[in-house]
Design a protein around this ligand. Structure first.
Ligand code: AHM
Ligand code: MG
Length: 334
């Protein structure tokens, strides 16, 4: 039997050829910037304890949170490898207050990439999984180069042309969707390539795990508390376990594979939710829907929210159909 190894690059090219025979290949070239950058980040994450780059810088990011050194490295790496693709006009990152315009390509660049370079970074010090999340949008044609940059970034999530994440876990895995399902690739460190390991991932319609920061639960709106009680009491006909890593990418990755629900509801300290719409909730919601799951803010679809600011927050409830619909019914009755 011949072993068929498919790298992420080959997979993207084949998908593009199949779906858009006239495609220029530019999109695959853009994604290769992400794969290259995240391999570098993966190598840094693996060496974090050794290289003396653990710990925090004295800076805080625009959210007022402490920036870890690896956040800075991951941010710079992504900016560099996306900025030199030639077709990315605008990049926006959790770590930068304003979008970065790639001046060289301001008129020509077709794409906007929004990303969280190192999500869950408070977990680095304790050797727990972290991740990179990205969202790719097309920008309006702008032959004058004068179009408002922010308008191109503040697009609702349903306009994403692709989204994905890399989870730096016990292995490094890249999961992406570009309109034809969700595909997972595991980094083979010996050859430095992401190899197709999970084709066409589907989120189970029902699961047995819920995932939230339960220490906040007394500050959750009453319907969320009733929902958690509902799951614990076996009302859905099965017993639930709770799992919470505190890295969105890792918590979502488990939810994608095993089903169940991940929720970060409004809390007493974050009444609008904690997670960021553009570079956390939107790409995760896109992947969830592409895998047959659902993602809402408790009122409606995440992907329909019209953003008003780059770093805006949103509640996020994402998971299998049965759990999300049950929660939405309970919220509607509140
Ligand atoms: P970060 O982008 O600053 O790392 O924060 C986002 C993280 C998510 O990965 C995770 O889901 C959440 O914050 C955990 O928050 P909490 O510690 O409040 O449970
Ligand atoms: Mg984050």
């Amino acid at each position: 039997m011949t072993l068929q190894l498919l790298t992420v690059q080959q997979h993207i090219l084949e998908e593009q050829r199949r779906r858009y025979p006239d495609a220029s290949g530019e999109f695959s070239w853009l994604l290769s910037g992400i794969t290259l950058a995240t391999k570098i980040v993966a190598a840094q994450v693996r060496r974090a304890g050794l290289a003396g780059i653990l710990g925090v810088t004295r800076e805080t990011n625009v959210q007022g949170e402490t920036v870890q050194k690896l956040d800075v490295i991951a941010n710079q790496t992504l900016l560099q490898f996306l900025g030199n693709r030639g077709n990315v006009a605008i990049m926006a990152s959790e770590e930068n207050e304003d979008p970065v315009i790639v001046e060289r390509d301001r008129k020509l660049g077709k794409y906007v990439v929004v990303f969280d370079p190192l999500d869950g970074s408070s977990n680095i010090d304790v050797n727990v999984s972290v991740g990179t999340i990205f969202s790719i949008l097309r920008r309006e044609q702008d032959p004058t180069g004068k179009r408002d940059v922010l308008a191109d970034v503040l697009q609702p999530g349903y306009r994403q042309v692709a989204a994905g994440y890399v989870v730096y876990g016990s292995s490094t895995m890249l999961v992406y969707a570009a309109g034809s399902g969700v595909h997972g690739f595991t980094l083979d460190p010996s050859i430095g390539a992401y190899l197709l390991s999970h084709e066409n991932m589907r989120m189970p319609a029902q699961g047995t795990i819920y995932s939230c920061n339960e220490a906040n639960s007394e500050g959750f709106p009453a319907a969320y508390q009733r929902f958690l009680h509902h799951l614990r009491s076996g009302a859905l006909g099965r017993k639930y376990s709770s799992r919470y890593i505190g890295s969105l990418v890792a918590d979502f990755h488990r939810t994608l594979l095993k089903g169940g629900i991940f929720l970060y509801p409004p809390t007493a300290s974050h009444p609008k939710g904690k997670l960021r719409l553009l570079y956390e909730a939107n790409p995760i919601a896109y992947l969830a829907e592409q895998a047959g799951g659902l993602a809402t803010d408790g009122r409606g679809r995440i992907l329909d929210i019209v953003p008003t600011s780059l770093h805006q927050r949103t509640p996020l409830l994402v998971g299998g159909e049965e759990e999300v619909e049950t929660l939405m019914d309970m919220l509607a009755k509140d």
